[in-house]
Design a protein around this ligand. Structure first.
Ligand code: AMP
Length: 294
């Protein structure tokens, strides 16, 4: 594995891989790698010859009150994990390498119609204005630098994956997007770099998120409830019992565009965001007979 820090060096290595006829796979991350990230690396490694991963904490996607400075950073540990997982090129640029000047162009989602707000106005975007503009801009830059054939994103960040799917489609990138199922700890908590912020008591309290989603799934699957408000109430009941968990949103949405649904049909998703102490966590689950949280 080679670690590179400049765009020109990365482009040179990728050009060399192309000369050898290699297909290029790409996994963008913000580092503090865990088994969720490694599952994305596996997904592109199975489909391509040259696996590129990036570790870049992108300031453009953090608001002034977000955790940009506190975000966990451990490039030496990430390097060891990436090498062991078969990454060929690890890109770890500095902020000034990625943004030599403050960008004048930010890639932003458009409203679906005059009455349907843009996807970045809902859920995560409502709480974090400008977040998805920052995400899509860095993703667009990285796609232009890496020119991947295949990219992998995690279902854990479903709204992000949905927007990246739209980005690839709407801007005509010839890229195959693989969305990888959420990797969880044995007790059900979705892996996240931000879990490192949780105290032991908060880590236990955070289990209310997957449990609430699991209760909603069971109410749909076992009791045949399809009314979204009733399902949300079942999830809220679990969350109400958890101390130090403050729910930001709990919703049932259409998987295509994450608009809220009044009634669940197979494939619909339940989305949650909550603060556990000072840590904001997100999770989601699909209403599908094949998927069941505890
Ligand atoms: P991040 O480093 O948090 O920006 O995440 C980088 C990529 O890893 C994104 O595509 C995330 O959706 C994905 N990811 C993060 N956590 C998980 C997880 N628990 N399971 C699967 N993918 C994940």
């Amino acid at each position: 594995m080679k670690t590179v820090t400049t765009i020109s060096e990365l482009r040179a290595h990728i050009a060399a891989a192309r000369v050898q006829g290699q297909a290029v796979g790409f996994v963008p991350t913000m580092g503090a790698l865990h088994a969720g990230h490694l599952a994305l690396i596996d997904a592109v490694r199975q489909r391509t010859d040259c696996v590129v991963a990036s570790v870049f904490v992108n300031p453009l996607q953090f608001g002034p009150r977000d955790d940009f400075h506190a975000y966990p950073r451990d490039v030496p540990a990430d390097t060891t994990l990436a090498r062991a997982r078969g990454v060929d090129l690890l890109f770890t640029p500095s902020v000034s390498a990625m943004y030599p000047v403050q960008p004048m162009i930010v890639v932003a989602p458009a409203p679906a119609s005059p009455d349907v707000p843009a996807l970045d106005a809902r859920w995560e975007g409502a709480t974090r204005p400008g977040h998805f503009g920052g995400v899509l801009t860095v993703v667009a830059k990285l796609f232009n630098i890496v020119t991947p054939d295949v990219v992998a994103f995690g279902r854990k960040d479903l709204q992000q994956a949905t927007l990246v799917r739209a980005l690839v489609r709407d801007l005509d990138w010839p890229i195959e997007l693989v969305i990888v199922p959420t990797v969880r700890d044995a007790d059900g908590l979705a892996l996240s770099s931000r879990n490192a912020y949780l105290s032991a008591a908060e880590r236990t309290a955070a289990l209310a998120l997957p449990r609430a989603l699991g209760a909603m799934q069971r109410a749909w699957m076992d009791d045949g409830i399809t009314d979204a408000d009733t399902l949300i109430a079942a999830g809220r009941q679990v969350l109400d019992g958890a101390t130090s968990v403050v729910v930001d949103y709990l919703a049932v949405a259409d998987p295509a565009d994450l608009t809220p649904l009044a009634r669940v049909t197979p494939g619909a998703v339940a989305l949650i965001a909550a603060r556990v102490g000072r840590t904001r966590l997100i999770d989601n689950v699909e209403f599908s007979p094949g998927e069941r949280l505890r």
